[in-house]
Design a protein around this ligand. Structure first.
Ligand SMILES: Cc1cc2nc3c(=O)[nH]c(=O)nc-3n(C[C@H](O)[C@H](O)[C@H](O)COP(=O)(O)OP(=O)(O)OC[C@H]3O[C@@H](n4cnc5c(N)ncnc54)[C@H](O)[C@@H]3O)c2cc1C
Length: 390
């Protein structure tokens, strides 16, 4: 029986579309790909930020590029000049549109919107069967980018929960040259709360209330802190809310979701895309998409995300556990890291490009006793890589 597709991609979000647009540019020899997406259309539901360490394929889509970021605690503030590696923002909407355009031009990649995958795919006679609300589909390979399940507290060492609003103030309130990367002015002691400010103009900014905590939080849990932040950071000006976004990102996955059989792989936020110490995933998804497209071009299956190298995994794990167990110390840790090490090293480290020397220098800025104490609590063992075997 001829399957409906060689590759069925479940979920047409950032990961599914990133792979889809690359496959659309490749020769049809890569086989027929169908991307199934539950949404009936895309909206401006998020912004992706990252440091630009090298030229990238989305330069044309960059909406803002900042030369500086600031980290502020109640005691100290650090402003980091990052002109050489600017902090950039991509809006999701033009990304989705670009991916759709490139897929629409292709004969061998198809994006099917408004199609909900209902049951767990099953393997029957060597093919994968996927039950959708539009009927049964079959494929040789499955790439599943959906979150395997709603987040459970025990799935990650920490959770990054955030609620952001893009606001427009009646009078200037923001420095359009400097991103407020972490503003700990309203820090708490039982979890790590800070505000993240992307200034879009003197009067307009995306202000996000972010919590690093042991459990995923809902928007309602963050709403009061967000209201106080918009008032304070908007300098008491009248403002209107233009749009909102929210999310829950895993920081250090502890759950590992098995794949149900050969020819089935997983990718995306809950399957290894998120950098443990930051929750950032966009650039990691782009790197994975390049590798996956190359593997498919050579006749192989789409791989999952590469596990992080051992040193990075160990550092991220230690850092997350210190932050989890000593939330009150977190503002000082971030200030020390950005303020006492060459910021270029920190930016490289956070962007997965850190060298051993970068790791050593960053480590030397942090309070030794605190970290040694956490290590002694039995956390020296490396976490298992999260890559799934088919
Ligand atoms: C608001 C927000 C802001 C973020 N900002 C940043 C940032 O600044 N920098 C950064 O690096 N990372 C950021 N991230 C993290 C990460 O980059 C994004 O979450 C990214 O979208 C993850 O891609 P993904 O493909 O794994 O998940 P998604 O983009 O969420 O895609 C998953 C897709 O699967 C679909 N789906 C789910 N269930 C089904 C089903 N049953 N059938 C069919 N389709 C289904 C969903 O509709 C969705 O489109 C942010 C995340 C959020 C939520």
């Amino acid at each position: 029986m001829r399957p409906d597709a060689d590759l069925l991609v479940l979920g047409g979000g950032c990961a599914g579309l990133s792979l889809g647009m690359r496959l659309a540019e490749q020769a049809p020899a890569a086989g027929r790909t169908m991307i199934l997406e539950a949404r009936t259309g895309y909206t401006q539901d998020r912004t992706w930020c990252f440091w630009r360490l090298a030229p990238h394929r989305f330069e044309r889509l960059v909406a803002r590029s900042w030369p500086a970021v600031a980290i502020r605690s109640k005691q100290r503030s650090v402003k980091v000049d990052c002109r050489l590696t600017p902090y950039q923002m991509l809006e999701a909407s033009p990304f989705y549109a670009e991916a759709q355009r490139s897929i629409d031009r292709s004969q061998h990649v198809q994006l099917v919107l408004g199609t909900d995958v209902r049951a767990a795919p099953r393997q029957v006679a060597g093919l994968w069967q996927v039950e959708t609300d539009a009927g049964l589909l079959t494929a040789r390979h499955i790439l599943d980018t959906r979150p395997p399940r709603p987040p459970r507290t025990s799935d990650a060492t920490l959770w990054q929960s955030f609620f952001g609003q893009e606001i427009e103030c009646a009078a200037p309130a923001f420095d359009p040259e400097t991103v407020g990367l972490m503003d700990f002015a309203e820090a708490r002691t039982d979890d790590v709360l800070f505000h993240y400010v992307l200034p879009l103009s003197p009067c307009r900014a995306l202000i996000e209330t972010t919590v690093f905590g042991p459990r995923p939080l809902a928007v309602a849990d963050l709403a009061a802190a967000q209201a106080a932040a918009t008032e304070r950071l908007g300098r008491g000006n009248a403002f209107r809310v233009l749009r909102a976004e929210d999310g829950v990102l895993p920081m250090g996955m502890t759950a590992c979701f098995p794949t149900p059989g050969p020819g089935y792989s997983r990718a995306g936020l809950m399957s290894g895309a998120a950098r443990p110490s930051t929750g950032y995933a966009f650039q990691r998804i782009q790197r994975w998409a390049e590798e996956a497209a190359a593997s498919i071009r050579q006749g192989g299956p789409p791989p999952g995300h590469e596990p992080d190298p051992a040193l990075r995994r160990a550092m991220d794990r230690l850092f997350l556990r210190v932050v989890r167990d000593h939330a009150d110390r977190a503002p000082d840790l971030f200030i020390r890291m950005f303020g006492n090490a060459d910021p270029a090293r920190v930016i490289r480290f956070l962007s997965d490009r850190g060298t051993v020397a970068d790791c050593a220098v960053i480590g030397s800025t942090l309070p030794l006793q605190l970290f040694l104490g956490e290590m002694l609590k039995g956390m020296v063992a490396l976490p298992k890589p999260l890559r799934e075997t088919a």
